[in-house]
Design a protein around this ligand. Structure first.
Ligand code: MN
Length: 208
């Protein structure tokens, strides 16, 4: 049972001017598709074919590196496409908002902490907002295509918000200005989808 390329849900140019059309097209058609194809090839005819990505990631250290890199690449991007939207708006689910206030003080402080994590991630990687098993929200970052569901990560939890800070995600438009890209990201958040992920823990099947 191979995974299929999920639909993006909006046009490549829909996130302009924050994320340019060419970047979205290359990112989706080539980077994302390559992770998907390589992940399918890595799990084909193995016991991993019938396991969810969450199950695989929870013991990913046992498997070949290609499972970790391409499984992460597929899952992380599938989630990223969902939590950004051309129709971002200001209202946030009340339970999620209460949790943000409880753990960060204000939404501004969450954005600040997350943006620092995204900015400070050295080289390729991702910034994350995760929900830990005890319900606590926490900001973290990972290298390459790792994610906080993986047993190789020191800070683990279920991701509810993520940002790709690989250069391929922003270089055409922003070049070395990663912080400008991070700033623009906050205008694209699909808070409905973030709230869905917050409430549907720990099942993430709906992402892909
Ligand atoms: Mn990417």
């Amino acid at each position: 049972m191979a995974y299929k390329l999920p639909e993006l849900g909006y046009r490549f140019d829909a996130l302009e001017p924050h994320i340019d059309s060419k970047t979205m097209e290359i990112h989706y058609k080539y980077h994302f598709a390559a992770y998907l194809n390589n992940f399918n090839a890595a799990i084909e005819d193995t016991e991993l074919e019938v396991q969810t990505p969450s199950e695989i990631f929870s013991k990913v250290s046992k498997y070949r590196k290609t499972v970790r890199n391409n499984g992460g690449g597929f899952f992380n991007h599938a989630m990223f496409w969902k939590i950004i939207s051309p129709h971002s708006y200001g209202s946030i689910d009340i339970d999620l908002f209460d949790a943000i206030i409880k753990y960060f003080g204000t939404l501004y402080h969450l954005k600040e902490e997350f943006s620092v994590a995204a900015s400070d991630q050295f080289g390729s990687g991702w910034a994350w907002l995760i929900k830990r098993n005890n319900g606590e929200l926490q900001v973290t970052s990972t290298s390459n295509q790792d994610n906080p569901l993986m047993d190789v990560c020191p800070v683990r939890g279920t991701p509810i918000l993520c940002l790709d800070v690989w250069e391929h995600a922003y270089y055409l438009k922003y070049q070395n200005r990663r912080t400008d890209y991070i700033q623009a990201f906050w205008d694209l958040i699909n808070w409905d989808e973030v709230a869905n992920l917050y409430h549907k823990q720990p099942a993430l099947k709906e992402i892909i």
